[in-house]
Design a protein around this ligand. Structure first.
Ligand code: FAD
Length: 376
């Protein structure tokens, strides 16, 4: 009998896990992959969409194109998860499996920031990025704030990238002199594990006249002002928000979370329920909420399952390392390589300045995943 694996969520984590199991185990595995959406969109593609660099259709990777053998994709909404029984209910069906992997990512809590939905914008959802694509061309003067409303949040460099790209967008339109840009971040520096990366980003901010407001988050938007958690008020004309993150409702209702996220054993990604794993943004594993980490964790779960099916020794555990690409302006991309587990409590990161190579690497990163996960 093949091992049945039920993968919830077809994002970075779910797609990598399904692909690796299929490649390595062949007929020894039966994979069901469930997602409510009809397409995957890389997080960084939302920046391309909001600044009008790419049409939305070109960044939507349709699940119907998945050609991975033995992966059965179902476009359904998961409505209940019973981790004890490894039973999952959707709007259309019920599933049980030998192994259950939760890769449902992080959702957004717009209501946690009063005023955000009514008087602000966000660029963390495809819909938010599409709205901004219409709004940005109408913005010609005043103050733009890129503001983080809560931590943890996906892709810690993304607010800085958005500010740098906004600066460039406004310059290209000849209106930069009439606009002030401020970035509000709940950390002391843009990328805390890597002082070098933070210094480079702050130098770029200084060069581009972008004001950095560290150690603050935006609590609400009221009467044209962003109200920070300590009561400081910043007037704005355009607010680009990073909403408060939380687990999807169905995960919260499953009883699997502690302090808001699913706890896992850091090296194996096992939850406290037998044969139930969790990977990516939905967990509190201790790495940032980013696709590269979700993918790395998924690989580790896959390798454990492959070893188990083949009767081989337990493979090495999750090492909490990953590389993130950072848009630095002038169409250049930098890279930060971070390591979260080698010195517990003291993550480290090294910076590679933007170059033709790093810029090409980011393109290759996306192209290779697209080919690997979707075929062709
Ligand atoms: C602007 C921006 C830029 C970013 N840039 C980068 C970057 O450069 N590098 C990087 O590594 N990361 C980046 N990220 C972060 C990255 O996109 C996420 O961290 C990553 O997608 C997390 O992977 P995941 O598999 O945990 O979850 P996701 O990729 O979010 O996948 C979760 C899936 O679960 C599905 N789902 C949720 N609830 C249900 C339900 N009830 N029923 C059915 N399906 C459901 C969702 O539809 C989704 O497809 C960026 C994010 C943003 C917003």
């Amino acid at each position: 009998m093949p091992t049945s694996v039920l993968v919830l969520g077809a994002g970075f984590g779910g797609l990598e896990l399904s692909t690796r199991l299929s490649e390595e185990l062949g007929d020894a595995v039966e994979i069901t992959l469930i997602d409510r959406n009809d397409a995957f969109v890389f997080g960084f593609s939302k920046l391309d969409v909001m600044f009008g660099a790419k049409p939305i259709e070109s960044v939507r990777l349709r699940y119907e194109d998945i050609t991975t053998p033995r992966v059965r994709f179902r476009q359904e909404t998961i409505t209940a998860i019973d981790p004890e029984a490894r039973r999952v209910t959707t709007d259309l069906d019920t599933y049980e499996a030998d192994v259950l992997v939760i890769a449902l990512g992080a959702d957004f809590d717009m209501a946690a920031t009063p005023g955000l939905a009514e008087a602000g914008n966000e660029f963390y959802t495809v819909a938010g990025a599409e709205t901004l694509r219409e709004v940005l061309p109408t913005f010609t003067s005043g103050t733009a704030i890129v503001g983080v409303c809560g931590a943890p949040f996906k892709c810690p460099p993304a607010p800085s990238e958005a500010a740098i790209l906004l600066d460039e967008y406004l310059r290209e339109r000849g209106v930069r002199d009439a606009v002030q840009i401020q970035v509000v971040i709940p950390f002391g520096v843009p990328v805390p594990p890597s002082p070098e990366t933070s210094d480079a980003i702050l130098a770029r901010f200084a060069e581009r006249g972008i004001e950095f407001v560290p150690d603050h988050k935006v609590a609400s938007l009221e009467a044209g002002e962003a109200v920070l958690q300590d009561g400081m008020r910043l007037p704005y004309d355009l607010f680009l928000g990073i909403p408060v993150h939380r687990v999807p409702d169905v995960v919260a209702a499953s009883g699997m979370t502690e302090n808001g996220w699913i706890p896992v054993e850091p090296t194996t990604l096992a939850t406290r329920f037998p044969n139930v794993y969790a990977v990516g943004d939905v967990t509190s594993v201790g790495t940032p909420k980013a696709g590269v980490f979700a993918e790395g964790a998924a690989r580790v779960v896959a390798d454990q399952l492959i070893a188990r099916v083949r009767g081989e020794p337990e493979p090495p555990g999750y090492d909490g390392t990953g590389s993130c690409y950072i848009e630095f302006g002038d169409r250049g991309v930098a890279r930060v390589d971070v390591d979260f587990f080698s010195s517990p409590g003291h993550p480290t990161g090294t910076f590679t300045a933007p170059s033709a190579e790093t810029t090409a690497e980011k393109v290759e990163f996306a192209t290779s995943r697209r080919a690997r996960w979707f075929g062709g």
